[in-house]
Design a protein around this ligand. Structure first.
Ligand code: IMP
Ligand code: MG
Length: 184
């Protein structure tokens, strides 16, 4: 479901926020993840599948830390609006890569309830990839309602709302170079 064009009018110019993860810490962790992925996918037919829109910054940095030949694709998804995660999803733009027999690494910004990852697993399985793994920059493991598969994790954080480094508040603040808690 696309947002109304003027929705940003309700989003303040500035938000109170407290930095939770500094850019340097993010960069260090992304390097480590990139090294692990490079080792694990040596000799495999890797497809990095970034989940839009939140993962676009992470994918850009992570991809440059992976020293292999691989393909990058994206899938855009949104869950229905609402305070509770309903587990109902709309695929706004599906992947284009052929993933049959290939090794797919889903790259997410954050795993909260775990519903999105579960949906993606079910959505991709019929394409018969050789393997599907999940790399998420952030997880709020306290909020898991089901135990999602997360094979590579950047940081486990408390379950308060965060913005920056791709993550948004109503579509804004994705450009902050750090990850920050939003303070009401
Ligand atoms: P899940 O399906 O509950 O695991 O939610 C995952 C999705 O919710 C993420 O891909 C984000 O788009 C969004 N999300 C969850 N927590 C946050 C947050 O703190 N800030 C911004 N987006 C979030
Ligand atoms: Mg997302």
């Amino acid at each position: 479901m696309y947002r109304e064009r003027n929705k940003g009018a309700n989003v303040p110019q500035q938000i109170n926020h407290k930095v939770l993860v500094e850019p340097e810490s993010i960069a260090d962790r992304v390097k480590v993840l990139g090294r692990q992925i490079t080792e694990d996918y040596e000799g495999k037919d890797l497809v990095i599948l970034g989940i839009l829109r939140g993962a676009f910054v992470f994918v850009a940095d992570l991809a440059r830390e992976i020293d292999l030949k691989f393909e990058v694709d994206f899938l855009a998804i949104s869950s229905y609006e609402g305070k509770e995660s309903t587990g109902k999803f709309v695929v706004q733009s599906d992947l284009r890569a052929q993933i049959k027999g290939r090794d797919v690494l889903i790259v997410e910004d954050i795993v909260d309830s775990g519903n999105t990852v579960s949906f993606l697993m079910n959505h991709l399985a019929p394409h018969k990839p050789n393997s599907i793994k999940v790399c998420s920059l952030l997880a709020k493991s306290e909020s898991y309602t089901k135990n999602p598969q997360v094979d590579y994790l950047g940081f486990d954080i408390p379950s308060a709302f965060v913005v920056g480094y791709g993550l948004d508040l109503d579509g804004y603040f994705r450009n902050l170079p750090y990850i920050a808690h939003v303070i009401d």
